[in-house]
Design a protein around this ligand. Structure first.
Ligand code: AMP
Length: 419
């Protein structure tokens, strides 16, 4: 038997309905914040991710699905959304006549060759937003507040962890201080961090292997290396967060896994008794990315969250997801002679907005009653030739069990009135 690939999953039934619910909440929030929906291709030129995300990130160096297509092109399944959107922005020259910032959201499958575990898969869905064209902290706040509100509306109690990576000057100063501090301890770092130290020392700070070590705990903090401008900017963000009553914490070790961030970086987590702290998503400002890909100066800020962990968190937090498992009407027939009318009525009721089912397996009345109960039908329409001769059907309220004969022409009005 052919089975699904490791780290992939099929979504069906209640799980699919839960995802649909999360989708609806996300869509509602994005509409309010005026973000437009965007879809980008599942595969892109490999170079897009290597240039943007950076070769020192685990995601690109170890986790991408890379392959040659039949035309010998190097292709990568997208591991994240931001690089594709930057590519789209540049390819369509949207920087040409920008009168408003570009605000988009996506809801797409991503691919990373990771070790599958709870809330971590090889194919997974991410929701994310990108706000391109404003360097104002108001744009940072727009994105953070959208992320925060999404989780609140999903019934969770999110906390935003924030840090600032400052501008290039601040980062260069910090980078030097960090290398000087870490170099004498190089033998105590994990093999990956030994490599990262010279290429991208900030990444050492979010290493999962070394995270508990004393060396990292005592490392210099980036906040002490921010120049005045970067510090003012960071303080302003905190003022806004206070004003908007967004629950946040500062974390000097937060650098995020990707190379293209500057200034604000943030992560969203929840703290649930049964599972402890769990990061659900994150983002930050990436003013250098579009320049890197297309030589255009263009400030931008964004955020992404994973569905798997969000649903896991909702489950663990006991969030009741409203799932409608009822249908409105079940159309039943006694014998073959009523089937045409059953088919016509089923179609007609659907066209009039009722969730309607009927019997496709010739179960007979007894089986049909059972099906109607399994589907939680609110109303049963029972057809028999005798009633049909008078253009009538038998309508049964499946809760009260009351029955009434209704003229077929009045059926829609009758159901509208009673539903
Ligand atoms: P990142 O793009 O790595 O910053 O991840 C943002 C969010 O996407 C994470 O907080 C997770 O919720 C989710 N995510 C990242 N990688 C995976 C994965 N392999 N499987 C499921 N969700 C993921």
């Amino acid at each position: 038997m052919i089975t699904k690939q490791k780290g992939t999953y099929d979504v069906y039934g209640v799980d699919a309905k839960k995802r649909e619910y999360v989708n609806d909440v996300i869509k509602g929030v994005c509409e309010k914040y005026n973000y437009n929906y965007i879809e980008t291709p599942v595969f892109e030129a490999t170079e897009l991710f290597h240039r943007s995300v950076g070769d020192t990130s685990d995601m690109v160096s170890k986790e991408t699905y890379d392959f040659k297509d039949r035309g010998d092109r190097s292709i990568t399944l997208r591991p994240e959304g931001t690089a594709s959107i930057a590519r789209w922005f540049l390819e369509n020259k949207l920087y040409g006549n920008m009168t408003e910032p570009v605000k988009v959201f996506y809801n797409e499958k991503m691919y990373r060759y990771e070790r599958p575990q709870s809330g971590r898969n090889r194919e997974f869905t991410q929701f994310g937003v990108e706000f391109i064209g404003s360097d104002d902290v108001m744009a940072d706040i727009d994105v953070i507040s959208l992320a925060y509100q999404t989780y609140c509306l999903l019934g969770l109690e999110p906390v935003i962890k924030i840090n600032s990576l400052g501008d290039k000057e601040s980062r260069d100063n910090y980078r030097e201080a960090l290398i000087n501090y870490l170099r004498p301890h190089i033998d105590e770092l994990c093999d990956d961090c030994k490599q990262r130290l010279e290429k991208n020392p900030l990444r050492v700070l979010d290493c999962k292997v070394d995270s508990g070590s004393e060396i990292l705990k005592n490392a210099p903090k980036i906040i002490d290396y921010l120049n005045q401008e970067s510090l003012d900017r960071y303080n302003k963000i905190k003022d806004y967060l206070d004003l908007l009553e967004i629950n946040y914490e500062e974390d000097s070790r937060l650098v995020r896994g990707l190379d293209y961030y500057d200034h604000i970086v943030f992560e969203i987590y929840v703290n649930i008794e049964s599972i402890g702290k769990m990061a659900l998503g994150g983002g930050g400002r990436y003013n250098g990315l579009i320049k890197l890909l297309g030589d255009i100066d263009m400030p931008a800020v964004g955020f992404a969250m994973g569905y798997d962990r969000t649903l896991l968190a909702m489950e663990e937090a006991g969030v009741k997801i409203p799932i409608n498992e009822n249908i409105d009407v079940y159309v039943m027939y006694v014998s073959d002679t009523e089937k045409e009318t059953a088919s016509y009525l089923t179609q007609n009721l659907r066209l009039n907005g009722f969730v309607t089912e009927t019997d496709y397996l010739n179960k007979g009345l007894k089986g049909e009653f059972k099906s109607a109960d399994r589907l939680n039908a609110k109303y049963l329409i029972i057809l028999n030739d005798k009633d049909l001769e008078d253009n009538k059907v038998n309508v049964k309220d499946n809760m009260t069990k009351e029955e009434e004969k209704v003229n077929i022409n009045d059926l829609v009005d009758y159901l509208d009135m009673h539903m």
